[in-house]
Ligand binder design. Structure first.
Ligand SMILES: Cc1ncc(COP(=O)(O)O)c(C=O)c1O
Length: 407
């Protein structure tokens, strides 16, 4: 049974006050808060086991390597992957997507090839593909959005063709909350021989994810959005695709042998992990996925569905325009809205006076903003520790801001 009061006890930051008001943190899509279990795992590593991984053959070095590789296995398993070598550690989603664009796509793309994206992608799943396209002569093609924030699939067969080499798609939109039909699109992409890259930055923290069942050749995720430390996360790939990928960074531990003019590469995944890695952070992320697994991802999802449904109802009643789908089966807990005629930046500032943290801006999704004809939105986003009482506080604070700013 999911007990939010008990969950909240694990997050020390939630007992903070902001200007005498309880902290109401509604910006988990930007980064989540961290439970004691994660903070303690990272601190314990530094206190008792700190050494560089894959280097020292003394006991402490072996402990560090064991903990780091143990973290790899735990995190891969969280995503349904038993072969830990299929997980390349990165600082997060952006680095993981750039790794695929540079190491896998760029050496393979040619003039006339196409990369299929959607208009709801985060800039991290657009710009690396633009760079790859410019370098190779490939072009970008976009699936558009319907008014309800879902994908317009009416022209899918014209856009997904034998020219498509990559389908890069989000598992959940950070700007609209939309959960696109990734498996259906992955099957269609595979049928034309394209490789499927899933941006899991928002789906990994909030949905049960099995990377293989999703049809992902590559699945990128950020630890800091799923209760883990900053600079943790990674790229899951199929063995075949990872073996094909070129290293992007050269340096320590990614080599097998180095000669004056050349070098040979270490095995997957180490050939993609040049230099000292985020050892403590990935160990912290393993504690985060253990925490999420103990809660149960189905329970996490059910909790967030309930909160989001309540937030959509209350925001709509309060006169806000809410973007994105209203069907909870295809939406997550990132709720973008426009409240009366108050600019999101003013709104975020006023809400801050009541201890309420929301995000205002384009959310690194300018194509979404352009599609809906707005320069910015206000966004409340939820995680395991949020409550319906906090939604009520948000709504009260909105009314106050409306009285101050709205015409
Ligand atoms: C959908 C999506 N993709 C990618 C990213 C980038 O994640 P990171 O900054 O952790 O690399 C974000 C972060 O907001 C996101 O929401």
């Amino acid at each position: 049974m999911f007990d939010v009061a008990k969950v909240r006890e694990d997050f020390p930051i939630l007992s903070r006050e902001m200007g005498g008001k309880p902290l109401v943190y509604l910006d988990s899509a930007a980064t989540s808060q961290k439970p004691n279990q994660v903070i303690d795992a990272e601190a314990d590593f530094y206190r008792h086991h700190n050494a560089n991984a894959h280097r020292g053959i003394y006991t402490l070095g072996e402990e560090a390597t064991e903990a780091f590789e143990g973290a790899r296995a735990t995190i891969a398993r969280f995503f349904g992957v038993e072969d830990a070598a299929r997980l390349v550690f990165t600082r997060g989603t952006t680095e993981a997507l750039n790794l695929v664009a540079l190491g896998w796509a760029r050496p393979r793309l040619h003039e006339g090839d196409q990369i299929l994206l959607t208009e709801m992608e985060h800039h991290s799943n657009i710009v690396p593909w633009q760079m790859a396209a410019k370098a190779t002569g490939a072009t970008l093609v976009y699936l558009g959005l319907l008014d309800d924030g879902t994908l317009d699939l009416s022209d899918l067969s014209a856009k997904l063709t034998s020219r498509t080499k990559v389908l890069a798609i989000t598992g959940m939109s950070n700007a609209l909350g939309t959960i696109p039909p990734v498996r259906q699109l992955a099957d269609a992409a595979h049928a034309v021989g394209a490789v499927v890259v899933v941006d899991g930055a928002q789906s990994a923290p909030h949905l049960p994810v099995d990377a293989d069942a999703l049809g992902a050749d590559f699945f990128a995720f950020s630890g800091h959005k799923m209760l883990g430390p900053t600079a943790s996360g990674g790229l899951l790939g199929t063995r075949e695709r990872l073996e094909e990928m070129e290293p992007v960074f050269g340096g320590g531990d990614m080599i097998r042998e180095v000669f004056p003019q050349d070098a040979t590469w270490n095995d997957v995944p180490f050939r993609f992990e040049a230099g000292t890695m985020q050892v403590a952070q990935q160990i912290g992320l393993a504690a985060a996925v253990a925490y999420l697994s103990a809660l149960g991802m189905d329970e996490v999802r059910a909790h967030e569905v309930e909160l989001t449904r309540y937030a959509l109802e209350r925001l709509t009643e309060a006169g806000a325009t809410v973007y994105g789908p209203t069907d909870m089966a295809i939406r997550g807990g990132a709720v973008s809205f426009w409240y009366r005629d108050v600019h999101p930046h003013d709104l975020a500032q006023i809400l801050n006076e009541d201890g309420v943290c929301i995000r205002a801006g384009h959310h690194c999704a300018q194509l979404v903003m352009r599609r809906f004809g707005t320069p910015a939105t206000s966004r409340a986003s939820f995680s395991v520790y949020n409550t319906t009482d906090e939604v009520d506080i948000l709504i009260e604070a909105l009314a106050k801001a409306g009285d101050m700013f709205a015409f």
